[in-house]
Design a protein around this ligand. Structure first.
Ligand code: HEM
Length: 149
């Protein structure tokens, strides 16, 4: 019996994930809150990581884990101030990107459902910006967050 066709293949493979993530990062590039969070000025490498992660998640090639190891996404987002505002901005750009790739509704629904749930799960602070960890590991208030500091 042949293998059931993966979601990755149903939506059109790597090309579709690239178009989705490229559209998403066009929004991020213009976002005054999200753009400064990215450690690299060039968003290209970050776009490549998100593309490969999503492709792998939906049953495509496992290149993401071959390059980056276990995703551990919550942990990898710890250095960034992901508050509800950042989440809503992330989702707004992703919504525009999902609209742009115009998948059939039966495919778009599970993709969007996953992205929305994942974005809610990524929130790691309810503090205003400037308080809590920053991307270089310092605390925004100057208060130590670990006694070993
Ligand atoms: C909720 C708001 C979110 C914000 C503000 C955010 C922000 C960021 C930032 C600043 C980075 C570092 C860029 C890099 O060097 O790769 C990053 C990495 C990444 N994000 Fe997010 N993210 C969010 C949600 C998500 C969600 C929902 C997913 C998955 C569905 C995701 C998947 C990834 C992946 C795969 C990486 C690269 C991890 C690595 O291999 O290092 N992010 N994100």
């Amino acid at each position: 019996m042949s293998e059931p066709i993966s979601f990755y293949e149903q939506v059109g493979g790597m090309d579709t994930f690239r178009r989705l993530v490229d559209a998403f990062y066009r929004g991020v590039a213009e976002d005054e809150v999200l753009k400064p969070m990215y450690p690299e000025e060039d968003l290209g490498p970050a776009a490549e990581r998100l593309t490969l992660f999503l492709a792998q998640y939906w049953g495509g090639p496992t290149t993401y884990s071959e390059n980056r190891g276990h995703p551990r996404l919550r942990m990898r987002h710890n250095p960034f101030h992901v508050d509800p505002d950042a989440r809503d901005r992330w989702l707004r750009h992703m919504r525009a990107a999902v609209d742009e790739i115009a998948l059939p509704p039966a495919l778009e629904a599970p993709l969007w459902d996953y992205l929305e749930r994942a974005a809610h799960a990524m929130v790691n602070t309810f503090e205003p910006r400037g308080i809590g960890p920053t991307s270089d590991g310092r605390t925004g208030t100057g208060l130590p967050i670990r006694s070993a500091d």
